[in-house]
Design a protein around this ligand. Sequence first.
Ligand code: NAP
Length: 301
Amino acid sequence: MSLALLVTGANGQLGSDLIEVVRTGTDVFARGLTRKDLDVTDAFGVQDMVVGWERIVRSDNPDHRLVVVNCTAYTAVDAAEADEETAFAVNAAGPALLATACAKAGARLIHVSTDYVFPGDSDRPYDVDDETGPRSAYGRTKLAGELAVREILPAGSHVVRTAWVYGATGQNFVKTMVRLERERETVSVVDDQRGSPTWSRDLAAGLLALAGSDVPAGTLHATNRGDTTWHGFTKAIFEELGADPDRVLPTTSDAFPRPAPRPAYSVLSPRAWDEAGLPPLQDWRAALAEAFRTRGDAFRA
Ligand SMILES: NC(=O)c1ccc[n+]([C@@H]2O[C@H](COP(=O)([O-])OP(=O)(O)OC[C@H]3O[C@@H](n4cnc5c(N)ncnc54)[C@H](OP(=O)(O)O)[C@@H]3O)[C@@H](O)[C@H]2O)c1
């Protein structure tokens, strides 16, 4: 069956990589929507866009499988504490509108969510059906988005949680550390938060595989494999830069108070992803090396 994708948030880290992965390696019919093309909080806009896209795609080939991939988010975790209303509009109301429009258009929806829906105090990887309990406004709004998508489109949706995403587009932790390596002799980075750094390009390839699969609706976790701390991640970034990793010093979260609490433990279990027969994402360290090998220009810019 041929596949048609409608990708929201196409200017973001994940959305831009998804469009690139589709266009460079497949004949999938994909349309990317930036915020200018579609504000996901605009009820009429969402409805018109999804239904209009469905008509165009079906007029070309009535057998296309239609999948909307929602890569939009209000990702400013600290700003969300003081502006939960806007975060809710993008992270919860927007996905609900997309799910409603998908139901009307006969499209499936892949909705991307986050490790922040969990409390972050576990001592083993979080599984898809573990109890949620967000500790931040961002996490609460993302959880509300998950619940809305599942309720509106129970048989036609996938909620895919990921974590610690970095990519060639936009600002992220990797780019910040590359800049700090240039500017400072030593960099102190927290060693008491554990998670799985995830290259948006690998996640995009995983989502494309999911879109083309017959995996039943439900919740999945997709991150690069293995885990580390922000300190370990930064040492690896320094290694990729050819810099001395001993210039990265460990510190604790207490030294960097932030408006939104950060989960101490964010590792997501890939069990459901693996049992669904989806291709595993590579180890986080190998992914970082490949990211620098293939897109080093963007990370060093
Ligand atoms: N980044 C992470 O570390 C991380 C961790 C866990 C989960 N996630 C999840 O992964 C997904 C992708 O994240 P990302 O890192 O690619 O995020 P990102 O780079 O911040 O991209 C998000 C995109 O959403 C767009 N957007 C925001 N509000 C919108 C609106 N009202 N209508 C339409 N578009 C809107 C933004 O547009 P502008 O470019 O115009 O602002 C941006 O292009 C999200 O669901 C996020 O919650 C991310």
